[in-house]
Structures are given as structure tokens and as C-alpha cells.
Design a protein around this ligand. Structure first.
Ligand code: ADP
Length: 690
């Protein structure tokens, strides 16, 4: 077995790999760049090695630096994690040439499967069903158009060297084909340094289903069942689950067998994932094979009770797999959500900043893989994935509910994340029904907001949480004033009923009536059962709360001022709320619903201001930067006439390229940035003549 492993990655996956190494008694070396020096994974490793500047090209993508870090630290193996160099055949070869083991598949397999055209050809040879299309690089316009007509519309243009959903383009109509092809070529050349594009039929409303494989060097190839990853934005996964509600035992066996056949055909070893799309008639088609550990591997671990990183390490060390296909057991259901630094209301553009407050969700059957903590700096240089929260349950609904509860208590302050967005997806009726497709987010969300009305009950719960916080704060103030003025708040005349009115920013008004049913201590019920006493100590406030007349029994814990998370037992079930205090207002997050409340008690009604809604001021003569990132290209010059919607610049942030469009027709006055400049949100990029 290896003695020391270098983890050629960062963030949550580095933490994850180090965890298994520790358990196996293997020492670890973490590599870090300028911005990572105090990250959680750096703290977790036995030894650390600085590899350079923040830009990935100068650190995590610098093959030579990483190999020499491994040599200097006497590592006998490298685990690449995912992303960065994990699917880079040249890197894997360099590692082997240096006499170090690569924890991944053979170089040849990485090379063949990394090319979409070559891997599709391989799949066809192995008898795996593929999406109908033309599996050769498209040639000149005339020939390409003839091929497109043969495939039929809508079709999908795909870069052969693509990955991470980049560069793919749907073409709905024949008239749009040639311009789409030209644009796709341009993007592919720039993004991947490779012009090859192929075309296949666009499958409408498919599900994304993938099979997890493990193979050793002794000819054993097994599959660990499927994961469904249909919930995607920009062709990238955000929620994954296993099993899939669409896959039964026989389909699982069939897809598993086909995936194993493909792995055998290419002489595969170690962990890998064969991705398919499943059409509404349950025909499945091969998409690609990923030659590494997947981001979403925790859910497979939860249902199989296996440690995939351990299996990877054992296989790379030459050991046979400890189990055969018939030994693989799967129990229950697991669902995972990816928590990313991104803003769903702004087209999922990446966000950056420092995490100022941080509280992890906890609980039975909840697993959090995270690389962040309070004080972590989220920069433009790396992927936006911050953490993954996965929940296990005996069945799908149990797992889903556990995940929802965990996300209700996941508090990240300091930058915008998608935590409430993914929670809203999990609470969407179509998600609960298992009616999924890769179009799910487009169909059910608009600008990050669910099209479905939130459940009235949830809104009531949130109104109660907001009122309770307000009420308890009032009580505290009253208590603190008591010694100063004998007139205030004498216990005897403390009213037991309080009426409040709650108004949200979207103008929903609730009447909330709160009746204090008395502390357990006060009602003299303290007995001699220490367990019960401890319970009462934690949950001393018993109340009846009516929201618009509907009564709820509520038990609240001992309350501290300015608490960020509030747990309430409502009608016997406990719920977690996330709170944020703003001047005069309370922001409450629950089940993906976010509302800002203003609370009045009747006496104050007349004096309280109405809350003004935030207004978006559009400044007409400037182009402001919508996200932090690096400018990669400026397409126009000063003095150029431009049209509204025309792409003026390109930017890169967190591995994603986006075009920045002109907000208006007009003439460019000053250009304030150049390619290579790092820019912040709202920084002025260029100005227009007025
Ligand atoms: P990448 O390697 O860039 O991630 P994939 O081939 O794995 O690209 O596809 C990513 C996603 O794109 C899939 O999960 C699916 O949502 C969508 N997709 C790919 N091919 C098709 C197709 N032929 N029809 C419909 N959707 C597709």
C-alpha cells in the first residue's frame, strides 16, 4: 500500500480524499496556491507544498510543478480529484514516467475517452446505444448542412474536445444551422484549441442517468448502480440522486451491463462513470465516459456503504476489488445538492467574496463535503463549487425531506450562494413527484424564482418565526429595563396575548396572534424525571400562535439575541429557519422560500414607515460589469457604433466564459479595461457617448 499520497486538487474534494487517506493510515501532501494558504484542506493534510500563483495555469494546471512537488515530498502516488488535471492523459503519463502511481485509469483510456468523437466510436464498437447523429467532424458548410438535414432538427452541435457543458449549441431550425455552426466553431477553437465539431439529434426532455463503475487490474469490472443528474443549469448538474425514479431493476441491470462492456472494450481500470441520456420512452443513449471520480460520488457511497476513494487507492496499488457484482448491495435513497458561489437571479453568474459567518447543517443521515469555513475567500480563479450536502433516507421522500431540513439550516453569510435555490428545486411539486428532465429548471423557474406558489403553510411558519424573533426581542428589552423603571413589565401585568401584523416585501400581510401558554417551570410541572427536565430546559416556551386565524401549537427554545438559526417545534414537528437581521426587518429563509418581513404591533402601526422596495437604477451611458472575473477579450474600439445586445467583451470567471452585451444602441466613448484585467461586479467597463 502507498505510504504518502499527493492530492493534486483543492477545496472540498481535497478534504474528501485526505479523509479516506487518514483512515487508511496513508500520509498526505496538499498543494496550494497563493489564495489557498488557510483553506480547510491545507489544514487537514500532513504536509503542504506551495505551487504558485492563484491562476490555475500557474499552479493547479502546471503539470511539472505538481509532479516535482510529489517527488520532493517523496510521494508514491497522486490522486487528481476531479477537474484540473484529472482527465489529462499527458499529466497521467508524466506521473507514471516519474515513477509515481496515478490514482486513475490507464493513460490510453483517458486519451480515448476524453475525445467525444473517439469515445462515441468506441461505444458503437462495444455495442452501446448512442444518440443518432454523425460521428465525424463536420466539414464545409454544404456538406455539414446535408448531414444536419439527415439528422433532422432540433439537433445539437458538440465540440469533440468539450467538457463541462461548454460550447454545446442546440439548433432548432435549418435556417439557423450555418450561423450556429460558425459561432460554435469559433468558440470551440478559442475554448479548446480544437475545431472539431460533431452533430447529433437533440433528445427532447431527456433525463441524465449515469452508471458508476469500478474496475481492477485483474479483469473485474463492476457497476454500483445509477445516479440521476437531470437537474442542471448551463448543462451542469446541481442536484443528483440515486436510485433514479425512472430506473427499475431490469433497466439498471441493462445499463450497468452495457457500461461494463464499454469499460472492458477500452481496458479500463479504477473508478469511472458512463453517462447516458434517457428519453421519455426509456431508450437510453451513451453520452460520454468520465475517467475520474465524480463530484456526485457521495450518494453512491451512501446507498452502497462503500468508500469509492478507498477502492480507487486499492485498485491503483494493484489490489483486486474486494467485491463482485453480486456482492453489491444498495439500500435506501440518497439525494445531493451542490452548493455553489453563484447568483440564481442573475443567470447563475458566479459570485465572490469572503465567508463572514458559517454554520454547517448537522443531523442523522446528513453528509456535508465542504472545503470552506468562516474566513474562506472565494475568488474568481477556481470553480464555484463550495460544498455538497447529501442526505440518505429509507425512501426518496425521506431522503428529500432530510436534505431540505439540512439546507434550511445551512448558513453561509458574506456572499450569494444557490443554497435557497436548490432548496426551492427540492420543494417543487414536480420534483417531489419525480417528474424530472434536463429542462426542469427552465420549465419551473424564472430568474431563479420558482413559478409555483409557495405552500401557505410554509408561509405561515415563516411569519411565525419572524414574529417570534421580534416578540422575544421585545421581551428582552422589557426585561432589561425592569430594574430601571418599576412601571415597565411587572410580571403580574405582562399580557399573555399579543397581536402582530406582518408584511412581506411582496406585500403579503398576515395577522399573527401569539398566546403565551406559560413556561413549563411557571406552571409548576417540573417533575423528577431528569430527561424531561432537560428537554424543558431546552424548549421552555410553549405558545399557541394563530396566523390569519389558523392555530398552531409552537414550542420555542431558549432564545438568544441575534440568533442566525431558529428551531421551532410546530404541531410536534421540528423545523429550522435561517434568519438575518436587517435594520427594522427580518429576512427568513425556509424550504427555498426567502421573505423579508416587517412587523408591527398595533400600537406602532401608525408610526412605522412602509418599506420601500429596492429599485434597480439603470445608468444608461455606462456598461457595468455583471460579475467579478478576468476580461479575456474586448471586441470593440473607442468610437465604434454598437447595437443593444451586441457582445462587446468576453469575461472568464470560475472556469466559465461569458459574453458581455451592450445595454443600448450607441457609440462607444471610453474603454476602461483590457484583456487580462481583473474586474469586480459593478465596475465600469466602458462608457457611451451621450
Ligand atoms: P459535457 O462533457 O460538456 O458535460 P455531455 O455530453 O456530458 O457534455 O452532456 C452534458 C449535458 O448536455 C447532458 O447531461 C444533457 O443534459 C445534455 N445533452 C448532451 N447531449 C444531448 C442530446 N443529444 N440531446 C439532449 N441533451 C443532451
Amino acid at each position: 500500500m502507498f505510504e504518502k499520497i499527493l492530492v493534486a486538487n483543492r477545496g472540498e474534494i481535497a478534504v474528501r480524499v485526505i479523509r479516506t487517506c487518514k483512515r487508511m493510515g496513508i500520509r498526505t501532501v496538499a498543494v496550494y496556491s497563493e489564495v489557498d494558504f488557510r483553506s480547510a484542506y491545507v489544514q487537514a493534510a500532513d504536509a503542504v507544498c506551495f505551487i504558485g500563483a492563484a491562476r490555475a495555469e500557474e499552479s493547479f494546471l502546471d503539470k511539472k510543478k505538481i509532479v516535482s512537488a510529489a517527488l520532493t515530498n517523496q510521494c508514491d502516488a497522486i490522486h487528481p480529484g476531479y477537474g484540473f488535471l484529472s482527465e489529462n492523459a499527458e499529466f497521467a503519463q508524466m506521473v507514471l514516467d516519474a515513477g509515481i502511481a496515478f490514482i486513475g485509469p490507464p493513460v490510453q483510456a483517458i486519451a480515448t475517452l476524453g475525445d467525444k468523437i473517439a469515445s462515441k466510436a468506441l461505444a458503437i464498437r462495444a455495442g452501446v446505444p448512442t444518440v443518432p447523429g454523425h460521428n465525424e467532424p463536420l466539414g464545409d458548410a454544404k456538406e455539414a448542412l446535408a448531414i444536419a438535414e439527415r439528422i433532422g432538427f432540433p439537433l445539437l452541435l458538440k465540440p469533440a474536445a468539450g467538457g463541462g457543458g461548454r460550447g454545446m449549441r442546440i439548433v432548432e431550425r435549418k435556417e439557423d444551422f450555418l450561423s450556429a455552426l460558425a459561432a460554435c466553431r469559433e468558440e470551440t477553437r478559442k475554448g479548446f484549441g480544437d475545431e472539431r465539431i460533431f452533430a447529433e439529434r437533440y433528445i427532447v426532455r431527456p433525463r441524465h442517468i449515469e452508471i458508476q463503475l469500478m474496475a481492477d487490474r485483474h479483469g473485474n469490472v463492476i457497476h454500483l448502480g445509477e445516479r440521476e443528474c437531470s437537474i442542471q443549469r448551463r448543462y451542469q448538474k446541481v442536484i443528483e440522486e440515486t436510485p433514479s425514479p425512472a430506473v427499475d431493476e431490469s433497466l439498471r441491470a441493462e445499463m450497468g451491463a452495457v457500461a461494463c462492456a464499454l469499460a472492458r472494450e477500452v481496458g479500463y481500470t479504477n473508478a469511472g462513470t458512463v453517462e447516458f441520456i434517457l428519453d421519455p420512452e426509456k431508450n437510453f443513449y451513451f453520452l460520454e465516459m468520465n475517467t475520474r471520480l465524480q463530484v456526485e460520488h457521495p450518494i453512491t457511497e451512501q446507498v452502497t456503504s462503500l468508500d469509492l476513494v478507498e477502492l480507487q487507492i486499492r485498485v491503483a496499488a494493484g489490489e483486486p476489488l474486494p467485491l463482485k457484482q453480486e456482492d453489491v448491495t444498495r439500500k435506501g435513497w440518497a439525494v445531493e445538492a451542490r452548493i455553489c458561489a453563484e447568483d440564481p437571479s442573475r443567470g447563475f453568474l458566479p459570485t465572490t467574496g469572503m465567508i463572514t459567518r458559517y454554520a454547517l447543517p448537522r443531523g442523522k443521515n446528513v453528509r456535508v463535503d465542504s472545503g470552506i469555513d468562516a474566513g474562506s475567500l472565494i475568488t474568481i480563479y477556481y470553480d464555484s463549487l463550495l460544498a455538497k450536502v447529501a442526505a440518505w433516507g429509507a425512501d426518496r421522500e425521506a431522503a428529500r425531506k432530510t436534505l431540505v431540513r439540512a439546507l434550511n439550516g445551512y448558513h453561509i453569510e458574506g456572499l450569494t450562494t444557490n443554497v435557497d435555490f436548490v432548496n426551492a428545486v427540492l420543494n417543487q411539486p414536480a420534483f417531489i413527484a419525480g417528474d424530472l428532465s434536463t429542462n426542469f429548471i427552465e420549465e419551473h423557474f424564472h430568474e431563479g424564482e420558482s413559478n409555483a406558489k409557495p405552500a401557505v403553510e410554509n408561509l405561515h411558519y415563516m411569519a411565525m418565526a419572524a414574529v417570534l424573533v421580534y416578540h422575544m426581542r421585545q421581551n428582552l428589552v422589557r426585561e432589561s429595563l425592569k430594574p430601571m423603571s418599576p412601571l415597565i413589565g411587572a410580571a403580574a401585568d405582562r399580557p399573555t396575548q399579543h397581536d402582530y401584523t406582518v408584511r412581506t416585501t411582496d406585500d403579503i400581510v398576515f395577522d399573527v396572534q401569539l398566546r403565551d401558554d406559560g413556561d413549563e417551570e411557571q406552571s409548576g410541572q417540573q417533575g423528577n424525571d431528569p430527561e424531561k427536565d432537560a428537554e424543558r430546559e431546552r424548549w421552555p416556551h410553549h405558545l399557541t400562535i394563530r396566523v390569519d386565524g389558523r392555530p398552531y401549537t409552537v414550542i420555542a427554545p431558549r432564545f438568544e439575541y441575534y440568533r442566525r438559526r431558529l428551531k421551532l417545534k410546530i404541531n410536534g414537528v421540528s423545523h429550522m429557519f435561517r434568519l438575518q437581521y436587517m435594520e427594522d426587518h427580518i429576512r427568513v429563509c425556509f424550504c427555498g422560500i426567502v421573505r423579508i418581513y416587517e412587523i408591527y404591533s398595533p400600537r406602532e402601526w401608525r408610526t412605522t414607515r412602509y418599506m420601500l422596495r429596492e429599485r434597480r437604477v439603470v445608468q444608461e451611458n455606462v456598461l457595468k460589469c455583471p460579475m467579478p472575473g478576468l476580461v479575456t477579450a474586448v471586441w470593440v474600439q473607442e468610437g465604434a457604433e454598437v447595437r443593444r445586445g451586441q457582445e462587446l467583451l468576453r469575461m472568464e470567471s470560475m472556469k466559465m466564459e461569458s459574453g458581455i452585451a451592450s445595454p443600448r444602441d450607441g457609440q462607444v466613448d471610453k474603454i476602461l479595461v483590457k484583456p487580462g484585467h481583473a474586474v469586480e461586479t459593478d465596475e465600469v467597463l466602458l462608457t457611451f457617448h451621450t
